[in-house]
Design a binder for this molecule. Sequence first.
Ligand code: PMP
Length: 324
Amino acid sequence: ARWTAEGSWGEAEILPYGPFEISPASAVLHYGQEIFEGLKAFRHADGSIWTFRPERNAERFQHSADRLALPHLPVEDFVASLRALVAADEPWVPQPEGETSLYLRPFMFANEEFLGVNSSAIADYYLIASPAGAYFPRGVQPLVVWVTDEYARAGAGGTGDAKCGGNYASSLLAKKQAAAQGADEVMFLDSESHTFVDELSGMNVFAITKDGRILTPSLTGSILEGVTRNSILRLAEDRGLEPVEQRLDFAELTSQIAAGEITEMFAAGTAAVITPIGELRAHGGSWTVADGGSGETTLSLREELTGIQYGRVPDRHGWLTRLV
Ligand code: PMP
C-alpha cells in the first residue's frame, strides 16, 4: 500500500513475489528512511494459523515510524495485512513439527524521488514472508558472544529504540568482527560510557541469578523493546522469578559470572526465540556462564514460550491472534 502526504493510505493489494522498481533517486536509497518489523505465523496441530502479540509489533512500528518521520500505519491495517498475506500463502505455513514457522516481515520506506535531506511525501508499505527454521546454524546450542569495545549500536538521541534498517547497517561490521573471533553474536555496550550492556545485534539479553532474579537491561532509549523480552519477563514472574530491569554493568556481570552468582544467560527475540549464552568473550578476557551449557530455566522458558506459540500450552495471557 502507498501513503502520500495529500491522500493518506491508498488501497492495499497482494502481488506475486518478485522484484519491484524504484527510482535511483528514491529517498530510501540515499537517506535510509526505512523501518521494519518481524513476526511469525505458527500452524497449530488442528491446522489453524496464529500469530503472537501482533498489536505490540504494530505499535512498535508506529513508534519507529515517528522516529523516522514516516506515517503511522493503523494497528488494524497492520494486522489485516498479516491476515491477508497468510491466508494467501497458507500452504507455505509449515507444519508445527520441528518448530518451523512462517516469518513475516512488514516494512515501510520513503519513496519520494528527491535528492535532498527532507522527509518524503511518499511512503510504501510492504509485507513479505518466508518459512523459518532455526536462527543459528547450530540450533539451540549455547552461543559464544563477542563483546565489542569499539562500536556501539546506538547513541543517546539516536534511533536505537526504533526498528530501522540503519541500526542494522551500523551493527554489521561489529558482527563480522565477532565472527572473526569465533563468536556467534556480538554484544553492544552503551555508547557513552562503554560500561552497560545494551543488547545483541538482533536480540535482547537476560541473566538469571542464583537467588532467583532475572536481569535484563532497562529501556534506556538505545535498545529495542523486544516483544519476546516483555513476554519472558511475564512468564518468569509467573514462575516466581523476580524480574529486574536495570542498567547492567558489564564488569559487575562478569564478576558475578565468575563468582557463580549468575547461573544462566540467554538471548531472546522473535527469530532466535530463546537461545542460551554459554560464553562471553572480550579483549579483556573470557567468561564461561556456569558450565557453558544450556541452563535449565532457559530451556524451560523456551519450551513454555514455544508451547504457547504452537498451541501446545494454554495461552493464559491471551497472546495469540488467529490469522486463518
Ligand atoms: N533487539 C534487536 C536489535 C532486534 O533486532 C530484535 C528483533 N526484533 C530484538 C531486540 C528482539 O525483539 P523481538 O522480541 O520483538 O523480536
